[in-house]
Write a protein that binds this ligand. Structure first.
Ligand SMILES: NC(=O)N[C@@H](CC(=O)O)C(=O)O
Ligand SMILES: [Zn+2]
Ligand SMILES: [Zn+2]
Length: 344
């Protein structure tokens, strides 16, 4: 049995760091394990312009522990009013991607896109500049069941975008279904997906059997076990279209343990350990490095990291809560024992 693994330092290709006082916790946790992170722009108000992104990046940088080379990669939030000029300005300032949130699909998506056609001039410009398009892939119409929203989005919107902009690099974020894995596997070149640790570890039974567990509630929502199995298969397949994106999303404990609880799981504190856990269970620890540290930078056209992280087989218990701004947060797997521990 392997008792220690050393891999190229991973990057997180989808994380929520939030803002203000939240940054101390979220940035410290991310920077402890990841070298770079694609920082989601769904603040209130969202990151809509190049100036917003630059100002947000500066606030993040103030919270990076001294001497840590962590690099936030900034993302623009697409709205119905994002112009090609705004895309151009953001690209010139080093913004690497723009994010499509269908309006109302998830946390802080109220300013998101209401009409996909409105984004086409911006998408055209992104394709030209090599800026990536990141997508929360769910439709939002009330007649579509929440468990079917990812598939409906792929069929009605994603397939259209991918065909209409053949050179646009597209990431379908936090995939949750076999449909999504199949679509990405079979799509044209330049289409990829991120997979979270929680969608690899859990299915909807974990969230709903024996009581409702709000800390497993995220969007897109956990699906049935056959979908979980399809995601594990994709993650360990060695197919470079699938790579790590935690979607770690901090919500204060009282916002999760609530009659109308927020969507999002906090995994930044334990992220690489959770992925190691999943890969080991699937008998594929040898595939972790490529998924966590190689396929992401390759897709983004960035160099792979040159330093490493080491994980030891050393059972440890995840704390019940973590301090978070002036309140607390419940990390995923709180109170549970994990087998792998990141060596600091
Ligand atoms: N995943 C979630 O359930 N929540 C995310 C938003 C998102 O990534 O959809 C958040 O910002 O809290
Ligand atoms: Zn999302
Ligand atoms: Zn997210």
């Amino acid at each position: 049995m392997t008792d220690q693994i050393t891999i190229t330092r991973p990057d997180d290709w989808h994380i929520h760091l939030r803002d203000g006082q939240s940054l101390e916790r979220s940035v410290t946790d991310a920077a402890r394990q990841f070298s770079r992170a694609i920082v989601m722009p769904n603040l209130v108000p969202p990151v809509i312009t190049a100036e917003d992104a630059a100002a947000y990046e500066a606030r993040i940088r103030q919270n990076i522990p001294a001497g840590n080379p962590f690099q936030p990669l900034m993302v623009l939030y697409l709205t119905d009013n994002t112009t090609p000029e705004m895309v151009e300005q953001a690209h010139a300032k080093g913004v690497v991607a723009a994010k499509l949130y269908p309006a109302g699909a998830t946390t802080n998506s109220d300013s998101g896109v209401t009409d996909i056609n409105a984004t086409f001039p911006a998408l055209e410009k992104m394709a030209e500049l090599g800026m990536k398009m990141l997508i929360h892939g769910e439709v939002t119409t009330n007649d579509i069941d929440i468990f079917d929203r990812e598939k409906a989005f792929i069929d009605s919107i994603l397939s259209v975008i991918v065909d209409k902009f053949p050179t646009l690099k597209v990431v379908l974020e936090h995939i949750t279904t076999s449909h999504a894995a199949d679509f990405v596997r079979g799509a044209r070149e330049g289409v990829a997906a991120t997979i979270t640790a929680h969608h690899l570890l859990y299915n909807r039974n974990h969230m709903l059997v024996g009581g409702i567990r709000p800390h497993y509630f995220c969007l897109p929502i956990l699906k049935r076990n056959t979908h979980q199995e399809a995601l594990i298969e994709a993650a360990i397949s060695g197919n470079p279209r699938f790579f790590l994106g935690t979607d770690s999303a901090p919500h204060a404990r009282d916002k999760k343990e609530n009659a109308c609880g927020c969507a999002g799981c906090y995994t930044a504190y334990t992220a690489i350990e959770l992925y190691a856990e999943t890969f080991e269970r699937a008998g594929a620890l040898d595939k972790l490095q490529a998924f966590a540290s190689e396929f992401g930078p390759d897709f983004y056209g960035l160099p792979r990291n040159t330093d490493t992280v080491t994980l030891k087989r050393e059972p440890w218990t995840v704390p019940q809560t973590l301090p978070f701004a002036d309140t607390e947060i419940v990390p995923l797997c709180a109170g549970e024992t994990l087998n792998w521990k990141l060596v600091d």
